[in-house]
Design a protein around this ligand. Structure first.
Ligand code: P1T
Length: 382
């Protein structure tokens, strides 16, 4: 089946008992057994639950993976994956990642003896070679990155990573499998904050990991149950429901982003507009090969720095000034203060995240209203 069909049907046959075409939300925390150890595949809901199983099956199908494993948040997925490492192990991470991911590396894993280094892998994936250590077990990237929308060559990086006997993890939250399938380019693990586009309606916090590596999947299944950062059945249902419209939503997000970008480029008081769909984006050609479309995230900088950027965010009426992304509603934020505030300023600036950089998650409102909103806010803060 093709992607749009899988998004609606994968792992969701009609309920065998009732014929219900929507997956039931099974709330039970425990499942009756015919005798000790004699059960119908479910024992206890932290270990497994039918609604979660359907979500995991659907996510795996969309990423072209044998295994899908759901978590209570993107950060829970990240932490659980990093718990497969041991003290003394080393991770190379791209220099631009979600602030919360940086915080896990810096404040959770480092004290446990897992070191990490940050490298810009968007200009030249060969930069990985200089960062590798004999103890490097993982290379961790986002592409497009959060918030700078840098593009990293997954296939080339997979080759270099595997030559070093390490595993390549791609956080695919910004692209979603509707636009990019990292496993097909050789990545070992795909990670998601399902909070974002996959759920798509800003009413769930969730995460997931998809992979084909059987031994690693078995370890992650063990950790999912042992650590217990699992999503509720209701949240699983909401993400499943969101996935059904993912392909349609992503097409509209991209169209909206294109309209917003075209408008921002007409403004003399906008210094820089970043979107992988633009010819002058350094990763444009790569994005055209690796992604089926450039995505719905846009970043830009205005003349007037942080004071103007802050004033502009306060003036917007259709865009909400809020963290997060990927919902039907448009959001705008200041990464230096909001989503990436947990990264020390010197590291943030070294990575190119200017204090006045504005990040937009372009939603599904009429693009003309989004453009009017941005125009009014830009004019009012001139
Ligand atoms: O928020 P949570 O579901 O735990 O997901 C963490 C996460 C992981 N990876 C990426 C690329 C992310 O963007 C996030 C969360 N990001 C935001 C909340 C944000 O506004 O960027």
């Amino acid at each position: 089946m093709r992607f749009d069909t899988l998004a609606i049907h994968a792992a969701q046959p009609p309920d065998p008992q009732s014929g219900a075409v929507m997956t039931p939300i099974v709330l039970a925390s425990t499942f009756a057994q015919d005798g000790p150890g004699k059960h119908k595949g479910y024992e206890y809901a932290r270990t497994g639950n039918p609604t979660r199983n359907a979500l995991e099956g659907c996510l795996a199908a969309l990423e072209g993976a044998r295994h899908g494993i759901a978590f209570a948040s993107g950060c829970a997925a990240t932490t659980t994956l990093l718990l497969t490492l041991r003290p003394g192990d080393h991770v190379v991470c791209c220099d631009d990642v979600y602030g919360g991911t940086f915080r896990i590396f810096d404040k959770v894993l480092r004290p446990l003896g897992v070191e990490s280094d940050r490298v810009d892998l968007s200009r030249d994936v060969g930069a990985l070679r200089g960062a590798l250590r004999p103890t490097t077990r993982m290379v961790w990237i986002e592409t497009p990155t959060n918030p700078l929308l840098k593009i990293i060559d997954i296939a080339e990086l997979a080759t270099l990573t595997h030559a070093a006997s390490a595993k390549l993890v791609v956080d695919n939250t910004f692209a979603t499998p509707a636009l990019q399938r990292p496993l097909a380019f050789g990545a070992d693990v795909v990670l998601h904050s399902t909070t974002k586009y996959l759920n798509g309606h800003s009413d769930v916090v969730g995460g997931a990991i998809c992979l084909n590596d059987d031994p690693l999947a078995e370890r992650l299944r063990f950790l999912q149950n042992a650590v217990g950062a699992v999503p509720s059945p209701f949240d699983c249902y909401l993400v499943l429901r969101g996935l059904k419209t993912l392909p349609v939503r992503m097409r509209a997000h991209v169209a909206g982003a294109r309209a917003v970008v075209e408008f921002l480029r007409t403004r003399g008081d906008v210094k820089k507009v970043v979107w992988p769909g633009l010819d002058d984006h350094p990763g444009h050609a790569l994005a055209s090969r690796q992604m089926s479309a450039p995505g719905g995230m846009v970043t830009f900088e205005v003349e007037g720095g942080v004071p103007r950027a802050s004033a502009l965010l306060a003036k917007l009426r259709v865009f909400h000034c809020a963290e997060s992304l990927g919902g039907v509603e448009s959001l705008a934020e200041l990464p230096s203060v909001m989503t990436h505030g947990s990264i020390p300023p010197e590291l943030r600036r070294a990575a190119g995240i200017d204090d006045g950089l504005i990040r937009l998650s372009v939603g599904l409102e009429d693009p003309l209203d989004l453009v009017d909103d941005l125009r009014s806010a830009l004019d009012a803060t001139r």
